[in-house]
Design a protein around this ligand. Sequence first.
Ligand code: NDP
Ligand code: 8X3
Length: 265
Amino acid sequence: MKFSLKNKWVLITGASSGFGAAAAAAFAAEGAMLLLGARRVDRLKKVAATAKKTGAAEAHFHELDVAKAASVKTFMAWAKQTIEKRKAESGKLHVLINNAGGAHGLDAVADGKDADWETTFQTNVLGILRVTRAALPLLPHDAGASIINIGSIAGRTAYAGAAAYCAAKAGELQITRVLRHELFGTGIRVGTVDPGLAETEFSLVRFKGDARKAKEIYAGTNPLVATDIAEILVWVASRPPHVNIDEILVKPVDQAEMGKVFRRK
Ligand code: NDP
Ligand code: 8X3
């Protein structure tokens, strides 16, 4: 039987835009109780307000920088307290979505910047490890709980200018697989959803606010949109508790493979 998300706590990192914000709305529509984190609290406030209108049983938000250990500690202490204050169902966290991340720059290794590489690893790799470590005590055993990480096609294939990002997302994939070994026997499900080309703020961030460059990435093609991924996340978390969706690679029809994108004139 489908796992009901109604009145279940769902924690989403990077909920201020893109996949994370869309996931908040999608889980809200299932009647879930949301814990949202990101650095832009003004954005989170709007996402939480929309989620409440869409059907979330609860929607709470708190500043979170996954690149900073102290911030993760404070955020997770807040999450624990929020769950315990409003005991519903088992008073536990049923879904953890490690979504916060992104790419920084598109330089060849020869021109790479340490700051870009460090941010890429801090967010996409260490962020997942830190948040997961702190969240594990909140996840119930044998009760349909899920950890869903957001990877990328970039973790499965290589392209020029993305050495750190490809390495980081390959790291995310391996972290997901390792967690499945470590959590074996607990009933906690672990999976990764790995999108291809998707139009969000991803490219704007990668090109450091250059909107023209960001727009070019999606010109003439039909990319994925955030709701495509949000729907998949809800589907993964709501499979019957004995079903683990290990890995999903999802691309737009217009993307045959990395670097091969169909563009209409
Ligand atoms: P967006 O830029 O729209 O969203 C990224 C989210 O991550 C924002 O909410 C941002 O919030 C948050 N974030 C970034 N850094 C941090 C941090 N240090 N601490 C906390 N939150 C952070 O892009 P997407 O929605 O596309 O990206 C979401 C995930 O999907 C990322 O992991 C990305 O790598 C991955 N992905 C994206 C693809 C795409 O083509 N769009 C394809 C495959 C994977 P804030 O800035 O407020 O902190
Ligand atoms: C984002 C997809 O193709 O820009 O992870 O690396 S791509």
